[in-house]
Design a protein around this ligand. Structure first.
Ligand code: SIN
Ligand code: CO
Length: 394
């Protein structure tokens, strides 16, 4: 049997990762945390705490001063640019200063990145530098990106959790996105030159220990699939000729006004290779919203006072009609259960027959007041301004 992968190794001047980059990438990168003792033997920080404080006061530098009130477990965050008075107000301990993108401001800090040339340079985001007094840190959290946490000055106590089921819910301190629960599985005290590698999503908490502490975080960047998709869509859209339109030379007579039918969805799938990312419900939902807000010069405004369900039902029972607002653009589609009605970019669950009628008739009157689902839909449409009640004649 193979030995389990060690979580702790020793580095050397020749091998800051304690192994070859190829081994590190194969076994740890994006997969497992790794503590490398002595990754940078005799490490001397490329900038001093005072330089970092000065940088935090510059316009355009991204800095945060975080103070932890230990007794009440309250956190305060001040974003930069900071000034001398901010530092004068800091307590004896339990605070930290973090500055992002220090490599862009300081060539010596940028030199650190030379040690990470085994990674594509476009994958590297920045070197963030933190200075902390004892007890200072940002609290337990997870990052979305890989990070190498290089201890630069003093000692830092690191606690991490490798439990794949560790809860990831946040405390209500929205600004810091701290974890509500954190049970470490591993703890270490890092000395200058030691380095902790964390893949994305590993809960961690670093606290300055004993005296002043500086940590250099070499952070990666990884666009979300949502960002990639949005940008690719823009890129493609810019290159597509305006003369290429939605086409339907195979159109059969419409069975029901406003219905987005299976043939329309199939045409979209052919025209948009992108659409393969969406299942049938997703494609229908996107297209229904899109086509009902596409090129609308105006959209109905909600009434000044929303109506209640009992009032609407009473008025319908009295024979009131519902007029479709002229700027209301409707479409509907059959779903797995019932239908979805689309109105100016919004989607409403709907009974099939009512969705069909809403698209087919500009003025709706009811012999019988619709049931719960139907009445709820009509109320939503009235309160969003798509249907306007008119006095009944009965
Ligand atoms: C730090 O406080 O220097 C590290 C921040 C982090 O855990 O990402
Ligand atoms: Co972090």
């Amino acid at each position: 049997m193979n030995d389990p992968l060690p979580i702790e190794v020793r580095g050397s001047a020749k091998q800051p990762l304690g192994m070859t980059p190829a081994q590190f990438l194969r076994d740890y990168w994006q997969k497992h945390p790794l503590l490398i003792r002595n990754a940078f033997p005799g490490f001397q920080p490329p900038l001093q705490p005072d330089d970092l404080g000065g940088l935090a006061c510059e316009d355009g530098a991204l800095s945060r001063l975080i103070v932890h009130d230990d007794k009440r477990d309250r956190w305060s965050v001040k974003s930069g640019p900071l000034d001398e008075a901010d530092f004068a107000r800091t307590p004896e301990s339990n605070w930290t200063l973090l500055v992002q993108d220090v490599d862009k401001w300081d060539a010596d800090v940028a030199q650190l990145l030379e040690h990470f040339r085994f990674l594509p340079s476009w994958r590297v985001d920045d070197v963030m530098v933190s200075y902390a007094e004892p007890g200072g840190g940002v609290g337990a959290h997870v990052d979305q990106y890989d990070v190498f946490l290089l201890q630069g000055l003093g000692q830092r106590h690191w606690a991490i959790s490798t439990d794949p089921d560790a809860p990831k819910d946040f405390r209500p301190d929205i600004e810091l996105k701290q974890l509500a629960h954190f049970e470490p599985t591993h703890e270490w005290l890092l000395e200058p030159g030691d380095m902790l590698y964390l893949p994305p999503g590993v809960p961690h908490d670093g606290v300055a220990f004993g005296g002043p502490c500086m940590t250099f975080s070499i952070g990666m960047r990884a666009p979300s699939r949502a960002e990639l998709t949005g940008d690719l869509a823009d890129y493609l859209a810019e290159r597509l000729d305006e003369s290429q339109r939605y086409t339907d030379p195979d159109l059969a007579p419409a069975r029901a006004a406003g219905e987005i039918d299976a043939a329309a969805l199939a045409r979209l799938r052919t025209a948009l290779p992108f659409a393969s990312a969406l299942d049938e419900d997703g494609l229908r939902d996107w297209f229904g919203r899109f086509i009902t807000r596409y090129r609308n010069a105006q959209t109905p405004a909600p009434p000044a006072r929303p109506m209640t369900l009992p009032v609407l039902r009473k008025r319908l029972a009295e024979g009131a009609a519902l007029l479709r607002h002229p700027w209301s653009r409707l479409a509907w589609s059959r779903g797995r259960r019932g239908a979805v009605l689309f109105a100016n970019g919004l989607a409403y669950p709907a009974p099939v027959e009512l969705a069909r009628r809403l698209c087919a008739e500009r003025t709706l009157a009811f012999e019988d007041v619709p049931g719960d689902d139907g009445s709820a839909l009509l109320l939503a449409l009235v309160n969003d301004g798509h249907l306007v009640p008119r006095k009944g004649r009965r």
